[in-house]
Design a protein around this ligand. Structure first.
Ligand code: FAD
Length: 476
C-alpha cells in the first residue's frame, strides 16, 4: 500500500486515558490519520462478563474518554462484539496499516490479542504493542530458579531490583483526525447508551455517582488529593475505615484511567530527596497489585481454582439462601461486617481492612466457598479486578499464594474495637446503631434495645472452632 494511504488504529481496552498511554502516543507520533476504537467484548471465549458496578463505571469512563479525545481533535469509535472479528472489520473500513495497543495479561485477552496479531502479520498490518498498565510485566520477574514467585516479599524485592521504572509519556498535544472510509465518511460507531451499561429499574447507582468521578480527570484529582493529604500518614491511616486514609485509586487503576507509571513518577516528584516510610508502604500496595497480576498470568484459572490444590478437599458448607443474603445485605449482626457490606452496596467500594474482615466472616465463620464471595464482590465492586479480586479472596481463604494462614480468623468485634474504636464508621453505614455509644456499638446484642438490627447470625467462638477443625482435616 502506498504510504499516502496509510492509516493508524489505536485499540483501547483497560487503558482509558490520554496520559501515559504509549499506544496512543506512538500512533500520534506517526502522524497518520488515526482511528481510536473501544470494543465491548462479551463474546470471546473465556472473557469474564463485567459485573453491575464495573458496567456503570465503564459507561461513565467511556463518556469522559470520548470528550477528552474530541478535545484533542480525535473521536472515540465504539463497537461491540467478539474483539478479533470487530478489529478486522474496523481495519477494513479504515484501510488500517498500523495497529497499536497496550498489552493485557489475562489468558482469554492474550488469546484474542494473539489472534489479531497473527491476522495482522498475515495481512501486512504493522502491530505495535506497549507496556502501560503494569510496572513489571509478569514474565520479566522470575525467581533464581527461573519460575514465578509465590511469595510477595521476595517478588517485590525482585521488582525493585529490576531497574528504573520508566518515565510516563506526556499527553499528545494534538491527535491526528480519524481515518475516513472510502467515500470520505467516518466509520459508524455505536451509541454508548445503546449498550445499556447503566442500571435501570431499579437504578441503584445513586450512591456510586455521589462517591466517584469516573474518568481520567477524577483519577488524577484523587492522586493529587492523596499525595497532598493522607499519603504521609498512610501507614496508620490505611487501617482506619472511618477516615479517608487511602488513595481510593483502585477503580481508576482497574480501568487504566491513571497509569501506575504516573503514580510512581508523582511520588518521586513530591518526595525528591527521600520517599517517606509511609509512602513506601503505599508503593508496596501497588506492588500487591503487580503481584496479583503475576499470579493470574501464571495461574489463569485463579478465579475458579484453588491455587493450593489441597484445598480441593476442603469441606465448604452449603449456605442457606437466608445466610448468604444476610452477608450480602449487611445483616449478619456483626457491625463491622455489616457496615462493610453496606458500604459496598451503596458506594461500590469497601475499605481494605473491612474487606478482609467481611471475607473472613464468609469463608471462615460461615465456611462458604471463597468463590461465592469472589463472585459477589465481582458484581458489586467498582474496582472488581480479574487478578486482585480472586488473589485476595484466596489469600483470605488460605488457599492462595502467600496466603493468610488458616488459623488467622478475623474477629469482627476485636477488629472494629481496634480500628473504629469510637464507632464512627459503623454509625455511618448502620443507622440502626446510631444511638449506641462507642463501647456498646461493637456488640449491639448486649444492648437492651436496638430496634431493626438483627441478632448475630452465628456465634463467633463456635464457628471459629468449627473452621479450625475443618482446616486441620486438610493436613490429614
Ligand atoms: P490504597 O490503599 O490506596 O492502595 C493503592 C493501590 O494499591 C490500590 O488502589 C490497589 O490498586 C493496590 N492495592 C492495595 N491493596 C491491594 C491488595 N491487597 N491487592 C491488590 N492490590 C492492592 N483490589 C482491587 O483493586 N480490586 C479487587 O477486585 C479487589 N478485591 C479484593 C477482595 C478482597 C477479599 C480483599 C481482602 C481485597 C481486595 N482488593 C481488591 C484489594 C484492596 O482491598 C483494594 O485494592 C483497596 O482497598 C483499594 O482501595 P485504595 O485504592 O484506597 O487502596
Amino acid at each position: 500500500m502506498a504510504s499516502s494511504d496509510a492509516t493508524s488504529l489505536v485499540w483501547l481496552r483497560d487503558d482509558l486515558r490520554l496520559d501515559d498511554n504509549p499506544a496512543l502516543t506512538g500512533a500520534a507520533a506517526l502522524g497518520l490519520p488515526l482511528t481510536v476504537v473501544f470494543i465491548l467484548d462479551e463474546e470471546s471465549a473465556g472473557i469474564r462478563p463485567l459485573g453491575g458496578a464495573t458496567r456503570w463505571w465503564l459507561h461513565h469512563s467511556l463518556a469522559a474518554l470520548a470528550a477528552s479525545l474530541e478535545n484533542k481533535g480525535s473521536r472515540l469509535l465504539l463497537r461491540r462484539g467478539p474483539a478479533a472479528a470487530v478489529i478486522k472489520e474496523v481495519a477494513a473500513e479504515t484501510a488500517v496499516t498500523h495497529l497499536f495497543w497496550n498489552r493485557r495479561y489475562g489468558l482469554p485477552e492474550r488469546t484474542v490479542d494473539a489472534e489479531v496479531k497473527a491476522w495482522a502479520d498475515g495481512s501486512g498490518v504493522h502491530v505495535s504493542s506497549h507496556q502501560a498498565n503494569l510496572l513489571f510485566e509478569p514474565w520479566t520477574i522470575r525467581t533464581g530458579a527461573g519460575g514465578p514467585y509465590k511469595v510477595f516479599t521476595p517478588f517485590w524485592r525482585a521488582c525493585l531490583a529490576h531497574g528504573e521504572v520508566r518515565d510516563p509519556h506526556e499527553v499528545p498535544l494534538q491527535l491526528p483526525s480519524p481515518a475516513l472510509k472510502g467515500g470520505g465518511a467516518l466509520p459508524a460507531g455505536e451509541d454508548l447508551d445503546s449498550w445499556n451499561l447503566l442500571p435501570r429499574s431499579p437504578d441503584w447507582s445513586g450512591g456510586l455517582a455521589d462517591t466517584w468521578e469516573p474518568g481520567e480527570k477524577g483519577a488524577l484529582r484523587r492522586l493529587a488529593d492523596f499525595l497532598d493529604g493522607p499519603a504521609e500518614d498512610y501507614g496508620t491511616g490505611r487501617n482506619v475505615p472511618g477516615v479517608e486514609g487511602t488513595s481510593r485509586l483502585s477503580p481508576h487503576l482497574r480501568f487504566g484511567e491513571v497509569s501506575p507509571f504516573r503514580v510512581w513518577r508523582e511520588i518521586r516528584e513530591r518526595f525528591p530527596r527521600k520517599i517517606p516510610a509511609d509512602v513506601g508502604i503505599f508503593r508496596s500496595e501497588l506492588g500487591w497489585r503487580e503481584f496479583c497480576w503475576h499470579l493470574l498470568y501464571n495461574n489463569p484459572e485463579l478465579a475458579t481454582r484453588n491455587y493450593r490444590p489441597e484445598f480441593d478437599r476442603f469441606e465448604w458448607q452449603q449456605l442457606s439462601s437466608g445466610e448468604l443474603q444476610a452477608w450480602q445485605q449487611g445483616r449478619t449482626g456483626y457491625p463491622l461486617v455489616d457496615a462493610g457490606m453496606r458500604q459496598l452496596w451503596q458506594t461500590g467500594w469497601m475499605h481494605n481492612r473491612v474487606r478482609m474482615a467481611a471475607a473472613s466472616f464468609l469463608v471462615k465463620n460461615l465456611l462458604a466457598d471463597w468463590r461465592i464471595g469472589e463472585q459477589w464482590f465481582w458484581d458489586t465492586l467498582v474496582d472488581a479486578d480479574a487478578a486482585s479480586n480472586p488473589a485476595n479472596w484466596q489469600w483470605v481463604a488460605g488457599s492462595g499464594a502467600d496466603a493468610s494462614p488458616y488459623f488467622r480468623i478475623f474477629n469482627p468485634v476485636t477488629q472494629s474495637r481496634k480500628f473504629d474504636s469510637a464507632g464512627g464508621y459503623l454509625r455511618q453505614y448502620i443507622p440502626e446503631l446510631a444511638g449506641l455509644d462507642g463501647k456498646a456499638i461493637h456488640e449491639p446484642w448486649k444492648a437492651a434495645n436496638v430496634p431493626g438490627y438483627p441478632a448475630p447470625l452465628v456465634g463467633l467462638p463456635e464457628t471459629r472452632e468449627r473452621a479450625l477443625d475443618t482446616y486441620s482435616r486438610l493436613k490429614d
